[in-house]
Design a protein around this ligand. Structure first.
Ligand SMILES: Cc1cc2nc3c(=O)[nH]c(=O)nc-3n(C[C@H](O)[C@H](O)[C@H](O)COP(=O)(O)OP(=O)(O)OC[C@H]3O[C@@H](n4cnc5c(N)ncnc54)[C@H](O)[C@@H]3O)c2cc1C
Length: 539
């Protein structure tokens, strides 16, 4: 066992979580990362004294993080319960904020955030979603008293979905159609296969409340009009374990993962882009078209070869197969199949710093600012793939929790605007011109609507990314921001699998595979992939 080597392509949340796990399982693990630092979508941009997390900011399910920091070499703990009684017993007090845990706090400080989100409607009113049952009901009553009874029913239905879909089935790797068919009756009984927006609309008459209780999948690349209602579980995941923030930013958590991995003896190599996954027949020769194929290691763009017994890709699903593996070795993941897959939307994200003097900022740490249209805008982004005049955004102001992320007297913020990916008609959008124009409109909107009064005058730093960044820098097919879109036909068994069907000893981890996108899911995917590897190597 001591000599088994693993190589992981990519140091995103999924790659690092699996790296810690493989190292604890006894593999000698090397992570090879294209960028000059870790994190992938959670990479950190530093400029002019500001620190910007480029991607994830909402940390949920802190005990998944605690589980990783508790691992030790030779103690992979893959067999224990995924949700130990301690994390379930504490449900009642969790929304009041437990963060981290004894092992986590040795590496990074995680704090609860309240409210979870402030959701602004286009008429300027807002809803503070904070997981507090009384406050939630008060706000529903103020918006639409008739919907109070619907909320009780929604709550019960979402809870049932959470218990079955997350607590019981969350860690199931659906490797066969039979495994999927076995759970279909439950999903039908729970009404979890209709779309989330239609599910929410059954319980709420108010358009505002339909939006409040259906927007969350957008944070993991899902279209509320298309994701199955199984994603109502997100609401409950947040309600059960709260929303948290890593002091110093999500980047501090990424650095903590790197430290943990290196303490276990693992190695990360930056500026190391993989150009090819090396595949042979079992005897080391050239594989025949229909014969067995085995992953043997990777080759970097520099030409260097890194041999390995296990190869895992944390990179984009489509690009892993299409760019890193010769088509002759892929009977299942053909270019045609990959191109037919629907990919999540892309994003324009603006990172900006502004002067805070004499500024009465009435924002929260996490703000969802909805535009005038909801369904129409979602159709423009996901289906028509056109750039609309109106937009919705998620505005993140971490300096309200951690002022150290900006120079004294300043705030650091980012705002994220969902936009079409570059598939189909989206390919005709030229982001070199559309990007700066949209940035200008979004910042002026925040200023003129009074979200950040005087922003244009106060601005001292700005930079932004567009679908081009996802495509060119993060190697994401058609510039997708979250992997294959989570829709029923791309969920569970129908989502790419964590163990390759084409090539033995090749695995995938992260947002592109099961269970899906978002940091808790990719940490789950790491445990699922680790279990498959343990099974295959009879560990
Ligand atoms: C702007 C934004 C905000 C988000 N906000 C949240 C949030 O608040 N909460 C939440 O839970 N989730 C959020 N998400 C989703 C979450 O960030 C992702 O689902 C998750 O981080 C993806 O992790 P991953 O392990 O799949 O890998 P990724 O982060 O995608 O990393 C993949 C890595 O592989 C590397 N790579 C690719 N190809 C190669 C190659 N050939 N050779 C070497 N390296 C390669 C890339 O450089 C990259 O570092 C957000 C995403 C974005 C984009």
């Amino acid at each position: 066992m001591a000599n088994l080597k693993a190589v992981i392509i990519g140091s995103g949340f999924g790659g690092l979580s699996l790296a810690i796990r493989l190292q604890s399982m006894g593999f000698d693990t090397t992570v090879v990362e294209k960028l000059d630092g870790p994190g992938g979508r959670a990479y950190v941009r530093r400029a002019n004294g500001f620190t910007f997390d480029m991607g994830p900011t909402v940390i949920t399910v802190p005990h998944f993080i605690e589980e990783l920091f508790a691992l030790e070499r030779g103690q992979p703990n893959l067999d224990g319960p995924d949700f130990p009684p301690s994390v379930l017993d504490e449900r009642q007090r969790i929304t009041q904020g437990i963060s981290g845990g004894p092992h986590t706090s040795r590496y990074v400080q995680i704090v609860p955030i309240q409210p979870f989100y402030r959701i602004y409607f286009d008429d300027g009113t807002c809803f503070d979603y904070d997981g507090d049952p009384l406050h939630t009901r008060e706000q529903i009553r103020a918006i639409c008293p008739d919907d109070l009874e619907g909320y009780e029913r929604f709550h019960a239905a979402a809870k049932a979905i959470f218990e079955r879909g997350f607590l019981q089935l969350g860690y199931t790797h659906f490797g066969s159609l039979a495994s999927m068919l076995a759970v279909m009756p439950d999903l039908l009984r729970l009404d979890a296969v209709r779309t989330l927006f239609s599910f929410t609309s059954r319980y709420f008459k108010s358009d505002k409340l339909r939006r409040v209780f259906s927007f969350e999948p957008l944070l993991i690349g899902g279209n509320p009009l298309a994701v199955p209602a199984i994603y109502a579980m997100i609401h409950f995941v947040e309600k059960t374990w709260g929303i948290h923030f890593a002091m110093g930013g999500t980047g501090a958590l990424v650095q903590a993962f790197v430290r943990k991995f290196e303490e276990l003896g693992g190695r990360i190599r930056y500026n190391s882009e993989v150009s090819r996954i090396i595949v042979t027949a079992p005897d080391g020769g050239e594989p025949s078209r229909f014969g067995r194929k085995v992953a043997r290691g990777v080759q970097l763009t520099s030409g260097e070869v890194i041999p390995a017994d296990v190869v895992v890709s944390n990179g984009d699903y489509a690009n892993t197969y299409m760019r890193l593996i010769d088509p002759r070795y892929r009977l299942f993941h053909t270019d045609r199949r990959i191109r037919r897959t629907q990919y999540s939307m892309s994003l324009l994200v603006i990172y900006f710093g502004f002067k805070a003097d004499n500024l009465n900022l009435d924002l929260r740490h996490h703000n969802i600012i909805l535009g005038p249209r909801y369904e129409g805008l979602l159709q423009d982004i996901f289906e028509r793939k056109v750039l609309s005049e109106d937009f919705s955004q998620y505005l993140h102001v971490p300096t309200l929790t951690d002022p150290s992320l900006a120079p004294p007297g300043h705030h650091a913020a980012y705002t994220l605007v969902p936009v079409p990916n570059k598939a189909g008609r989206g390919a005709s959008l030229d982001w070199r011109t559309q990007g700066p124009a949209l940035v200008d409109r979004v910042l002026r909107f925040l200023d003129e609507r009074g979200y950040i009064p005087g922003l244009c005058e106060r601005l001292v730093y700005k930079s932004f990314i567009t679908p081009d960044y996802f495509e060119d820098t993060l190697n994401s097919y058609v510039g997708n921001a979250f992997g294959p879109e989570p829709r029923l036909t791309q969920t569970a068994y129908f989502r790419p699998h964590n163990r390759s069907e084409d090539i033995e000893r090749l695995y995938l981890v992260g947002a592109g595979v099961q269970p899906g996108g978002g940091t808790p899911s990719v940490m789950m995917s790491a445990k699922m992939t680790a279990r498959l590897i343990a099974e295959d190597f009879k560990l």
